[in-house]
Design a binder for this molecule. Structure first.
Ligand SMILES: Cc1ncc(COP(=O)(O)O)c(C=O)c1O
Length: 392
């Protein structure tokens, strides 16, 4: 078989390997508890599902929408974006995408040329690097730092040093997968000041912005648009918030001129985001309140406490920084083996699936990522298995 040289980019994916290990263990009859997947425990919220079901037979639901998304949805998303950024956003600055993944890929194709560099704070969501490399650009990993209060933050000095004439963009994901960090307003203001006037795109990945355990709204660097425009590109996803990872819907907000370019990419790759998912999000955004979402966030908050309690019982094995957002726990383990070896052992011997830290870039060696997005009972059972295993 002859395939393009680009395919070599995918060979090193540890996430794929771990998924394959998990599937093989399941096929061999092992009962595996999955604490690895980045999916919430809840499906589509019932308030939305009922209304969506009533519209399923509407003829337009079966057909394409405009390339950049339905105009009423773009108008709604412009309203939402105005609230998030503190300035009036117009529908022409919005492009509806096939989840955040397609949104990000469209952006990388649009702004990165061969050998351009994009700075990515590490550890990071594993697909960023592959997408960047697919478009022929270079992902420059810059490890996060711990500040004096023991919280993860963007390493401004390192970022400053990493910037050179090839630097085209920096990617900011807050709340952050996999550490659960929410970068502070001061940290983000300093970053904005650092890149302002340098013609460097600031690309935000805001997938988890609804999930903050701090009691405060997440500070969005996009609210500093005055310093960053027209170099600001926001990427959002509805996958996690509404429990719809399979529906595939997100959107981009950027300068109108840039959206016009992104339009072409959307048109020639996917035509449009799924019409049914656009209908779903239109319904969701038109609801004044979503009580089931509020309930689920409470459950996730309780799951987080539960997982911390479980981890705290084995301080000789595990340590961690308390996550401020997302449903991930980025855990340092105190064992003399690689994160991949530990993950393999946990899957094959203990029947507990996690992700190895190195699946999130080189900075992740020595860590594993647990997800507490699943059922509380599964968390308890997984840690009972780990304690019984005599892991040392
Ligand atoms: C940080 C981050 N960005 C993007 C995605 C993918 O989002 P979507 O389902 O909208 O493509 C994920 C999924 O886990 C994620 O964690």
């Amino acid at each position: 078989m002859q395939v393009s040289s680009k395919m070599s980019i995918f060979q090193s994916s540890q996430v794929d390997k771990v998924m394959a290990l998990t599937e093989a263990a399941k096929a061999a009859g092992r009962d595996i508890i999955s604490l690895n997947m980045g999916v919430p425990f809840y499906p589509l919220l019932p308030e939305i599902a009922t209304k969506l079901a009533a519209n399923l037979t509407r003829p337009d639901i079966s057909f394409y929408t405009p390339f950049n998304g339905r105009s009423d949805l773009r108008a709604k998303l412009a309203e939402v974006s105005s609230h998030k950024t503190g300035r009036k956003v117009s529908p022409e600055e919005i492009s509806v995408t096939v989840g955040a993944m397609a949104g990000l890929f469209n952006v990388f194709l649009t702004v990165l040329d061969q050998n351009d560099e994009i700075i990515i704070p590490a550890p990071y969501f594993y697909s960023y690097r592959q997408q960047v490399e697919l478009v022929g650009a270079k992902a420059v990993e810059v490890p996060l730092e711990l500040n004096s209060q023991g919280a993860y933050e963007l390493p401004l000095e390192r970022i400053k040093k990493a910037i050179n004439k090839h630097t085209r963009a920096i990617l900011i994901n807050s709340p952050h997968n996999p550490t659960g960090a929410i970068f502070s307003e001061q940290n983000l203001r300093e970053l904005a000041a650092l890149v302002a006037d340098k013609k460097i795109y600031v690309i935000t990945d805001e997938v988890y912005d609804y999930l903050s355990f701090t009691g405060k709204e997440v500070f969005n660097i996009a609210s500093l648009w005055r310093d960053l425009d027209p170099y600001l590109i926001r990427c959002y996803s509805f996958s996690k918030i509404y429990g719809i990872t399979g529906y595939r819907l997100g959107y981009l907000q950027a300068d109108k001129a840039l959206i016009d370019k992104l339009y072409g990419v959307n048109m020639d790759t996917v035509i449009c985001a799924p019409t049914i998912a656009q209908e779903l999000v239109m319904i969701a955004l038109s609801e004044p309140e979503l009580p089931s979402l509020a309930k689920h966030i409470k459950t996730l908050t309780a799951n987080r406490s539960l997982m911390m309690k479980e981890l705290d019982q084995s301080p000789e094995l595990f340590s961690y920084i308390i996550p401020q957002g997302t449903y991930y726990m980025w855990v340092k383990y105190h064992l003399p083996i690689s994160s991949y070896q530990l993950t393999r052992r946990l899957i094959q011997k203990e029947g507990v699936a996690v992700f190895p830290g190195t699946g999130f870039g080189e900075a992740g060696e020595g860590f594993i990522r647990f997800s507490f997005g699943g059922q509380a009972a599964k968390v308890t059972e997984a840690f009972a298995r780990l304690r019984q295993s005599g892991l040392k």
